[in-house]
Design a protein around this ligand. Structure first.
Ligand code: BMA
Length: 379
């Protein structure tokens, strides 16, 4: 046993009935919100905090499933096409799992998603999952902000049982995520995202702060305390926000949250405004994170990729002055059925490709090759 190991190993061990020993490893006194988190999840939590001093991890939604002009080519990734390396964080999305579809709302088959998650975990990458769940009251999409939806799924509400049955499907999916030794793969679960915007049924003015907090607490307690899912870190995140008060208006409390973040998309070419906004919000987020001992992250972003030096000239400049865990670029959908062309990270041949290489090599960004040696799931 090395000295280093002794320093980090502050934990409790139990003798199981089959004579195996199981240990709960604790990084100092700082633990995830789930007091029964698996040892890999505790290790991830501690390592995410440690990594804050090294740089920020680059993440990408649906990275291994498809990119601009390709779909389901094993091993492929737009990030890898450009840099030769994978992202460090992989985002996935569960929308439509709740209505028993074999594919999610962006057509990714759930079985393939589980396969990609295992691959990322085997490489030592980080997995985060969002959930654009349909509106349980109207059966329409997540973007149907019908009045009373949140109240209807809280205990006592007419759709409460339906909501629990949806969570049960999420539990089955999450419990299907196992590593080669049978251990559960830790996931940063990010439900009810962009919670201060009015576009989702759980967001903004569509429910009261009390309703939102109750929804959050019910959901986490159901997964963690009733269904015994112990491989999750929980991410609370808003969209753009103006103050710490606004950010925390619906905060459910430190016992229900591990990661805090916000989503931000640059909708026009105004780089100055974007830098100003992101800079201010990251500064506020870092203060909230440090006061509450949480992990700050940029849970989704999109930039102005018609600017060939956006990655180093804008994004790195502003992120380089902050300590955040990761920044997740949204999906490279490419040409969509509606004719829109959607992408947030470069692909082979894109005009920001060279600048993205500089961003990759900057020493402040962390990709797969940087985090694999960190052994995020071990102490
Ligand atoms: C949005 C777009 C949509 C997608 C949704 C959920 O921002 O990318 O095309 O369906 O996210 O992933």
């Amino acid at each position: 046993m090395t000295k280093l190991f002794l320093i980090y190993f502050l934990g409790t061990c139990f003798l199981l009935s089959n004579n195996q020993v199981t240990c709960q490893v604790v990084a100092g006194n700082d633990k995830p919100a789930d007091k029964k988190a698996t040892k890999e999840t505790i290790a991830l939590y501690g390592n995410l905090k440690k990594l804050l001093n090294k740089g920020f991890m680059f993440g990408h939604q649906d990275d291994l499933a498809y990119g601009v002009n390709w779909k389901y080519e094993e091993g492929r990734s737009d990030i890898k096409d450009v840099t030769g390396d994978y992202p460090a964080v992989y985002g996935w999305e569960l929308g439509h799992l709740e209505i028993d579809q074999p594919v999610n709302l962006d057509s990714v088959p759930f079985t393939k998603m589980q396969h990609f998650i295992r691959q990322a975990y085997d490489r030592g990458g980080v997995v985060t999952i969002s959930w654009h769940l349909n509106n349980p009251l109207t059966a329409k999409s997540a973007w149907n902000p019908a009045e009373g939806t949140v109240a209807s799924i809280l205990p006592g509400g007419q759709k409460h049982d339906l909501y629990k049955s949806w969570l049960d499907k999420v539990v089955i999916f999450l419990n299907g995520l196992k590593g080669s030794k049978g251990e559960f793969i830790p996931v940063i679960f990010r439900p009810f995202h962009e919670l201060n915007g009015n576009w989702f049924w759980w967001g903004g003015k569509n429910c009261t702060p009390e309703e939102f907090k109750n929804l959050w607490k019910f959901t986490i307690s159901y997964l963690r305390d009733q269904k015994n899912v112990h491989h999750l870190l929980y991410a609370y995140n808003t969209d753009r926000y103006n103050s710490s008060e606004e950010y925390l208006a619906k905060y459910p409390g430190n016992d229900y949250v591990d990661v805090i973040g916000f989503d931000i998309y640059q909708r026009n070419g105004d780089n100055g405004k974007y830098v100003q906004e992101i800079d201010k919000m990251l500064s506020t987020l870092e203060v909230i994170a440090s006061e509450n001992k949480k992990i700050p992250a940029l849970t989704e972003f999109g930039g102005n990729l018609s600017d060939s030096s956006w990655w180093t000239g804008i994004f790195l400049k502003v992120l380089g002055g902050h300590k955040i865990s990761y920044a997740l670029g949204w999906r490279n959908a490419g040409k969509k059925a509606e004719g829109q062309f959607e992408f947030y990270v470069p692909y082979k041949g894109h005009l920001t490709e060279n600048d993205f290489m500089k961003f990759y090599k900057s020493g402040k960004t962390l990709f797969q090759k940087d985090v694999t040696p960190e052994k995020l799931y071990h102490y």
